[in-house]
Structures are given as structure tokens and as C-alpha cells.
Write a protein that binds this ligand. Sequence first.
Ligand SMILES: NC(=O)c1ccc[n+]([C@@H]2O[C@H](COP(=O)([O-])OP(=O)(O)OC[C@H]3O[C@@H](n4cnc5c(N)ncnc54)[C@H](OP(=O)(O)O)[C@@H]3O)[C@@H](O)[C@H]2O)c1
Length: 320
Amino acid sequence: MKRNILIIVALVLVIVIGSIGIYSFTKEEEGDEKVDQDIINNLQNKTGKRVFNFETRTVTLNSGYEMPLNGIGTYSLTKETCYNSIMSALESGVRLIDTAYMYSNEEEIGRAIRDSGVPREEIFIITKIYPSQFDDPESAIEMALEKLDVDYIDMMLLHHPGNNDVEAYKAMEKYVESGKIHSIGLSNWYVEELEEFLPQITIMPALVQNEIHPYYQENDVVPYIQDLGIVMQGWYPFGGRGHTSELLNDETIVQIANNHNVSSAQVILRWNLQKGVVVIPGSSNPSHIKENTEIYHFELTSEEMEQINSLDRNEKHDWY
Ligand SMILES: NC(=O)c1ccc[n+]([C@@H]2O[C@H](COP(=O)([O-])OP(=O)(O)OC[C@H]3O[C@@H](n4cnc5c(N)ncnc54)[C@H](OP(=O)(O)O)[C@@H]3O)[C@@H](O)[C@H]2O)c1
């Protein structure tokens, strides 16, 4: 009898200990799976090619913030011309504004944003620090916040490579931690410059802004940058002032524009978007500003994309 009781107790113990073992093993496995999935999600979030959402007309950056796919560039727009252009742009639904310390128009942009009545959080502001400011980047960032008169900057870029650019970038990283800058990136950085720069910083740039138009396509640089999970943005989409006429009257582009009953400008902007490049055309003409937003109702065929791709001449329209 005693022996039977001992056998039953031993059996119960074996069953209880076994169950605990199986339970914790399963839990561990579940835990591991979760960790693995987190790592994968994280890696994809950080390095996967960013996908343009043509429904919302935005892209989610590797910083987690959403940025519009089209905006307005403000180089050479100053004083009231700048103010009026921003008012027009916001009225036409533009929600991305590109400026820079060097453009001397951050105050007018801030004023137009406030006067427009469009809620600040609906607008994505990009500004840039110039190399002459890299020695004291904190003051440069504070000055931009003050001139724009905003609590935070959506995206701050280093305008060009230069002395102390790593230190300037690290200062921007600190402002990301404090929430005064949401996302950071670079402008006029190419493959070689990126290869040297990236290992020295902590936060992967969310954006690189470089010259891109049908005569200067950067077909080697764009995929390299996009594969790093960085969004590419193009400046001088129409070739820049002094070059727009040749590009907008290019036979191939005019023909494609006729196919879709749109303008050459709209074809160029659409070609950029279909290549995964965000556009910031500059304009002070309200009808051009509006026209430049109407780029979502048509799609270029792969043949048309190829035709424009074949216009590349590696012809840079500025020195940087
Ligand atoms: N990171 C950098 O180093 C860098 C360098 C240069 C530029 N950027 C940025 O990139 C932005 C774009 O460059 P950008 O403004 O110099 O040159 P752009 O956009 O290539 O061309 C601007 C010119 O195109 C004309 N235009 C605009 N829309 C048009 C349309 N629908 N039809 C016909 N003409 C049109 C404008 O004239 P109207 O005013 O008459 O419309 C203006 O003369 C700049 O504003 C700036 O924000 C950055």
C-alpha cells in the first residue's frame, strides 16, 4: 500500500515537473520568436526601401514620420514673393516646404504658415544648415527655430559636405533626442561621401536631397541611397532657372505630355515620383504652383519612363 502511494506521488511529481518544463520551453520559444520578429521589423523599418503611398501622397521615413511626396522649393524666393508663394502653395494643398538658412526666407515662410490658418502639424518644413555654420551648429539650429518661429523642425539637412560636418550632424542628432527636430538628413552627398560619413554617425539620415532632372539623373546614386532606406529628394526638377525652357520643350517630354493631356512640368514631376524621388519644384506663379500639385491622376507607362531615362546627359546645372 505504502509502495503504491509512493509510486503515485512519484508519477504526479513527474507529470507536474514535466508540464512546467514544457510550458517554460514553449514560452521561451514564443519569446525568442517575438525578439526575432522585432529585430526583423526593426531592420526593415531602418533599411528597407521606402514605399511611396500614392493614395495618401506621402512616404513614411525611416524616422517614423510621414512626409508629403510633393512640395514647394523656395530657393531665390525672398520677402513678399516668398510669402505670397507659400500662401498660394498652402492654398493649393501643398504641405511640404523646402527652405534653408542660405535662402534668407525662413521668417517669411514662418509668417505665411501662421497667416495661412493651416495647422502647423499638417505642414512639413525642411530647412538646412550651411557649412559656414558647422562650427556652431547649436546656434544655427536655434536660429532656424527662431526665424521660422516654430516649436520643432520636421527635417533638418546639412546643406553641403564641409569641415566639421560630422560634428554638425551629431548636434542635429541631439536635437532629435530632445524632439525639436523630428528627422535629419543630408544634401549634396553622393556615394563616396556617404560611404565615409555614415559609419561616423548614429542616426541614419531619413532624406538625401540632390540635383535630379531628366538631363542629370544620378542613376548610380539614387538606388544606392534608396536601398539604405533613405528617401531621395530631387532639386532643380526643371533644370533650375535658366535651364527650364530647354527641358520643358524637350521633344520627348512634350510628346509624352501630349499623350496624357498634361504639361511637360507635370510629366517631369510624375517621372520623379515613379522613380521614388520626392519633388520640390520652385515657383512664384500661383497657376504653376497649382499645376505642380496635379500629378496623381495619370501614370507614365514603362516605355515612357524608359524614354525619359534615355534623356540622361550627366549634365549638372550647378557646381555642387
Ligand atoms: N539642396 C540644394 O543644394 C539645393 C539646390 C538648389 C535648389 N534646391 C531646392 O530645390 C528647389 C527647386 O529648385 P529651383 O526652384 O531652383 O529650380 P526648378 O524647380 O528646377 O525650376 C524653377 C523654375 O521653374 C519654373 N516653373 C515652376 N513650375 C513651372 C511650371 N509648372 N511650368 C513652367 N515653369 C515652371 C519657375 O518659374 P515660375 O516662378 O514662373 O513658376 C522657375 O523659374 C529649390 O527651390 C530649393 O528649395 C536645393
